[in-house]
Ligand binder design. Structure first.
Ligand SMILES: [Fe+2]
Ligand SMILES: [Fe+2]
Length: 162
């Protein structure tokens, strides 16, 4: 595999595990505030991100290589932040991940690595869905502002979704 592709995959692995770390911290922050539905949803998200990271790790192994492990940044928020603030960060995070995956797809196409391009197809679709679901929750949280009653309704519904 071309070195530039290996480097981009290492970065992708780091971003997926960083996303898991972010969602887990976000889940704890929401739990502390009493938003158990949002906390549950965010924790499930953390589990999915771990699986994404692991799929990239297996892919690297399938190609007879080993990842170079990058440093994972801590989440950039404190436990006092609002649900809307957290979901805004989550959306920005997902958008950065999408951009990273698309740049990987473009490089794979340019270097004619069809195997990698095919592997990435699932992730492109996945990112579209994740941006949609995070964006939808964010819009509803922004509508509710800081009113406890609507926030608790959203919390309950999100906790029961999927
Ligand atoms: Fe992911
Ligand atoms: Fe994601």
């Amino acid at each position: 595999m071309f070195p530039v592709l290996i480097e981009l995959i290492d970065r992708q692995i780091r971003m997926e595990f960083e996303a898991a770390y972010f969602y887990l911290a976000a889940s704890e922050a929401m739990y502390q505030k009493g938003f158990t539905g949002l906390a549950h949803w965010l924790q499930k998200q953390a589990g999915e991100e771990l699986q994404h990271g692991m799929r990239f790790v297996s892919y690297v192994r399938n190609r007879q290589l080993a990842p170079v492990w990058e440093e994972i940044s801590p989440p950039a928020f404190n436990n006092n932040c609002t649900p809307a603030f957290l979901f805004r960060l989550a959306l920005e995070h997902e958008e950065a991940v999408t951009e990273s995956i698309l740049s990987l797809v473009r490089q794979a196409q340019e270097l004619e690595d069809c195997m990698l391009e095919q592997f990435l197809g699932d992730f492109v679709a996945e990112q579209r869905e994740e941006e949609e679901s995070v964006g939808l929750i964010l819009r509803r949280l922004e509508m509710a502002r800081n009113q406890p009653a609507p926030l608790l309704i959203i919390d309950k519904e999100v906790g029961e979704s999927r």
